[in-house]
Design a binder for this molecule. Structure first.
Ligand code: AKB
Length: 339
């Protein structure tokens, strides 16, 4: 079977780290990695080629495309929610213009190959905007078409990218005789992600992984949200499995271009209890940051993932307990052994 040439942007990031390991293990992909920084050797050696550069650098993207016949794109590069509030203009440019640049690359790659290019995009629960806590609690598991008025720049950029991807896939240059773009855009609205191997940068769901990694090192951690805060999370292996499973789904089985996926949704105090049990040397306290609190209060308590289960057989492997017992605790303990 011909090996598929796959482009991964933001390759050195949290999802990129897990995805490249999985893609390499599958052995059916040749990976072209793009990141602003050189990849660590253990990632770079799993790639057919690595490029250091910026998704806003269109000559670089043109050069990359001319050298590689790309069949699939995992476009992971993005500025996350907290950082995007600090640099909104740059976040809009990177998250939206950067994505449009990659969509354009996908159109050109599809034209060059004469075959569709699958474009996998990590969107986020941040596209949702619950107006207040009472409404959030009443809303419960939010469906893909509800509460789409995000509170954050990040949420707005992710929602814009979903619309751009759908439009390029279904209506690109609809007034010209060129015909369809050949882009097959598929997006997943990820909850907060928890990795045992990497630490997040610039997100607002980061309190969970930060709490875990601090406690594992016996360091005190002041959680920046209230004890009763509740949003959905997912273990990183499930997130990577989602991307690969959706990438593999036959187009005729997909009735949407964007999907919710859920894992588990403990409150911050339930999370702290699990962390204290696993890492008793850790001291978790609560010191809510009003601004970041308002952001997570606008995100749903949980999401309805029925469409993902129906269209591409999504099934999370890890619930809350299993994520800790089988993935987080063993790997995080190993990571900080001797610390
Ligand atoms: C963030 O906190 O910004 C991200 C997300 C929920 O999309 N982790």
């Amino acid at each position: 079977m011909a090996r598929k040439l796959t482009l991964v942007t933001g390759a050195g990031g949290e999802i990129g780290h897990g995805l490249i390991h999985q893609l390499a293990a599958l052995g059916t992909f040749d990976i072209v990695a793009l990141d602003r920084r050189p990849l660590p050797p253990e990632l770079a050696r799993r790639c057919a080629a690595t490029w250091v550069g910026d998704i806003l650098d269109r000559p670089l993207l043109a050069a990359l495309r001319s050298k590689a016949e790309i069949s699939t794109i995992f476009h992971l590069a993005a500025i996350l929610s907290t950082q995007a509030e600090l640099i909104p203009e740059a976040a809009e440019e990177i998250n939206v213009q950067g994505t449009m640049n990659l969509l354009q690359l996908a159109v050109e790659a599809a034209r060059a190959r004469g075959e569709a290019v699958r474009f996998l995009f990590p969107s986020s629960i941040a596209v949702y905007g619950l107006p207040d806590l009472t409404t959030k609690r009443k809303a419960g598991r939010v469906g893909e078409h509800e509460w789409l008025e995000p509170l954050t720049m990040y949420g707005c950029t992710k929602l814009s990218c979903e619309h751009l991807g759908r439009c390029v896939t279904r209506h690109y240059r609809q007034l010209s005789a060129e015909g369809p773009s050949g882009v097959d855009f598929r997006a997943i609205r990820f909850p907060g992600l928890i990795s045992a191997f990497t630490l997040p940068t610039g997100g607002t769901s980061d309190y969970a992984p930060e709490m875990i990694h601090a406690a594992a090192q016996g360091r005190p951690y002041a959680c920046f949200v209230r004890e009763d805060t509740r949003i959905p999370f997912m273990a990183m292996p499930d997130a990577v499995a989602c991307l690969l499973r959706l990438a593999d789904a036959p187009p005729e089985s997909l009735r949407s271009v964007v999907y919710n996926v859920a894992g588990f949704n403990p409150s911050a105090v339930e999370l702290a209890a699990m962390v204290r049990t696993a890492f008793p040397a850790g001291q978790v306290t609560f010191a809510p940051h009003p601004g970041r609190q308002a952001i997570v209060d606008s995100w749903p308590e949980d999401v309805d993932d029925a469409c993902a289960r129906r269209d591409w057989g999504f099934r999370p492997l890890h619930d809350f307990q299993r994520a800790f017992d089988e993935y987080i605790v063993p790997n995080v303990r190993r990571r900080y052994a001797g610390h």
